[in-house]
Each structure stands twice: as C-alpha cells, then as structure tokens.
Design a protein around this ligand. Structure first.
Ligand code: HEC
Ligand code: HEC
Length: 282
C-alpha cells in the first residue's frame, strides 16, 4: 500500500513539469464581437478557499489558437452540430408523429435552463440528457438517443447555447444536498493504480503543465465541448470517463447515477462563470 502511494506520487511529480509554470492567461473572451463572457469570478463559498479566491474557465488555459476558435461562431467547429440539432428539432420521429417543434416554438424558449442543470425533479437528480430522452419516450414515442452520440450531444449543445453568457447557477442545497455530497466525495476519491483524485490534478495542480497539457480547474461550463483531437462534441460524462481512465482505473458508465452526482458537484464549482456552450478545446 505504502509502495503504491509512493509510486503514484512519483508518477504525478514526473508528469508535472517543474517549476510551476503559470496560471491562466489574461485574455478576455468576447464572442462575435459583442457577447462578453465571465471567464474568472469569485470562487463559490462552498469551496472554502480550496481553489483560492478566484475560479477560471478552462478557456483561459488554452493556447491562443484554440481560444480564437471560440471567439466567433463562424470559426467555431461546434456550430455544425448546432445546425444539425436545429434540423433534428424540426424532424418528426417516433410513434406519435411529432417533432420537438410540434410542441415547442423553438429552442429559445429554453434560455436559462442549462445554467441551472443538473437539478432535482421529483426526488431524482436530472441532467439535460435525461430531460431529452424522457421527452422522446413520453411525448414522441421515440427511441432514446445514445448518451454521447452526435444527436444527443448536439441537442444538449443547442439547448445549452440558449444560456450562453448567463452565469452558471446550480442549487446545491435542499433536495440537491445529498447528491452534491455524493459528488463531492467522488471528487476527492483517489482512483486507479495511480491513486489520483480529480482534486489532485484540478485543485492541487491547476496552472501547471502535465505532459503537454496546461492543467485547468476542470470546469464544465463549456460543455458539450468540441474537442479538436476527436473532431466532435464531447459530453461531460465522456470527459469524466477519460480523466478517470487516465489514472488507470475502471470507470463509471456515462449516464450512471455516480456521474450525475459528480456532474452536479463539478458544475457547482463553476457557479458564477458564464455558460460557454459550445466551447472549443484541444
Ligand atoms: C407532445 C409535445 C412535446 C414534444 C413532441 C416535445 N416536448 Fe418538450 N416539453 C413539452 C411540455 C408540455 C413540457 C413542459 C412539461 C415537462 O417538462 O414535461 C416540455 C418541456 C421540455 C423541456 C424542459 C423545459 C424546462 O424548463 O424544464 C425541454 C428541454 C424540452 N421540452 C425539450 C424538447 C425537445 C428537444 C424535444 C424534441 C426532441 C421535445 N421537447 C419534444 C412538450 C413536448
Ligand atoms: C492525472 C491528472 C487528472 C486527473 C486525476 C483528472 N483530470 Fe481532468 N483533465 C486533466 C487534463 C490534463 C485535462 C486537459 C487540460 C485541462 O483542460 O485541464 C483535463 C480536463 C478536464 C476537463 C475539461 C475542462 C475544460 O475546460 O474543458 C474536465 C471537466 C475534467 N478534466 C474533469 C475531471 C474530473 C471530474 C476528474 C475526476 C473524476 C478529473 N478531471 C481527473 C487531468 C486530470
């Protein structure tokens, strides 16, 4: 046990470039020349200073090249998926012969929704994917979309886009409290052969380089995110899986209750940052 702990500490130390390079850059995120985004703000009280006094969007840790793709919708490759979601919105599917547009005027009616998700509805912690598949089953008689599939994530992105620029504001008290506690415990649990928690990287080492990557605070205010490496929209749960896999651990499934709770907790660490959906990352 001792030996493994020592090894994992060494592994992280080796992977991290010393000395501590730099924190976020000073760039300002303005989209389409008129939408000013909050990429740094006072850390939420519940963090108790764990991230210092200020939280930063992941955008502030990216290269100028990657950053610039998010400053104009004509350059943002995620917008192709937004177009596809617009088509889907108007496409009839399922046994009821309905499209989203049969009942909803347009995606604009969902402005503000993504900024407050996940949330508890009827005692269940619900994320956006749940709302959409619930609707497809109940209102349309249609098959559920695959969690990280293009259809699902482009629709999650289209609805998220309606909240772009609004502050993330998830509730963590009341009925959400037990789910939030569960997510928090996961965040500080060491996973895998490397015995690393989310906090070991995104709380203890944000701003440092790990291999070729500039470590951010691991915020999810820009999800679904277009990843250049994968050339598609990536769901939050897919990102969680990838990060846990990197610690050489078995991971939870996308859409599992564990990842719902983790999503609520991670989202709450970004309360006050602008929703950036759909963001662009390396
Ligand atoms: C048969 C009519 C109908 C269809 C078809 C339908 N919806 Fe809905 N939708 C509703 C109603 C009614 C509500 C409000 C009550 C509820 O949440 O169930 C709602 C609520 C929602 C909400 C939650 C809004 C909130 O503020 O909580 C979302 C998101 C949504 N719909 C998206 C969609 C999408 C995307 C589609 C297509 C894939 C779709 N809906 C298809 C009737 C429909
Ligand atoms: C071994 C270090 C390491 C661990 C442990 C780790 N991550 Fe990450 N994570 C990274 C790196 C490297 C990146 C890519 C650079 C960045 O955005 O910080 C990343 C990116 C992310 C992002 C994308 C941020 C953005 O702005 O797009 C999220 C979200 C995230 N991690 C969440 C988590 C969560 C939740 C956990 C725990 C389950 C976790 N990470 C564990 C290294 C780690």
């Amino acid at each position: 046990m001792k030996i493994i702990k020592a090894l994992s500490a060494t592994a992280l130390a080796l992977a991290l470039a010393a000395p501590a390079v730099a924190g976020p850059d000073d760039d300002n995120l303005m989209i389409n020349g008129d939408l000013n985004m909050v990429t740094e703000t006072a850390a939420p009280d519940h963090l108790g200073g764990a991230l210092g006094s200020t939280i930063y969007s992941g955008w502030r840790f990216r290269t100028d090249e990657t950053q610039s793709l998010q400053t104009d919708d004509f350059d943002n490759p995620a917008m192709l998926f937004i177009d596809q979601a617009m088509d889907l919105f108007n496409t009839v599917d399922g046994t009821e012969g309905k499209s989203c547009a049969s009942c909803h005027d347009g995606p604009e009616q969902f402005a503000g929704l993504a900024a407050t998700m996940p949330k508890v509805i009827d005692g269940k912690l619900v994320v956006m994917e749940d709302l959409l598949n619930g609707h497809r089953a109940k209102a349309m008689g249609a098959e559920p979309w695959k969690w990280s599939g293009d259809e699902m994530q482009s629709m999650v992105a289209l609805i998220g886009l309606q909240s772009r620029g609004m502050p993330v504001n998830v509730a963590i008290d009341g009925p959400a409290a037990p789910f939030w506690e569960q997510g928090k415990e996961m965040y500080y649990t060491r996973y895998g052969q490397l015995e690393l928690s989310c906090a070991n990287c995104h709380e203890d080492n944000w701003g440092n380089m790990i291999r070729a990557d500039h470590l951010s605070m691991g915020q999810i205010n820009g999800f679904p995110t277009y990843r250049l490496k994968q050339a598609k929209l990536i769901s939050k749960h897919n990102r969680f899986r990838g990060c846990i896999r990197d610690t050489m651990a078995e991971t939870f499934a996308e859409g599992s209750d564990e990842f719902r709770a983790l999503e609520l907790y991670v989202q709450s660490r970004g309360n006050g940052l602008s929703v950036e959906t759909p963001a662009v990352r390396q």
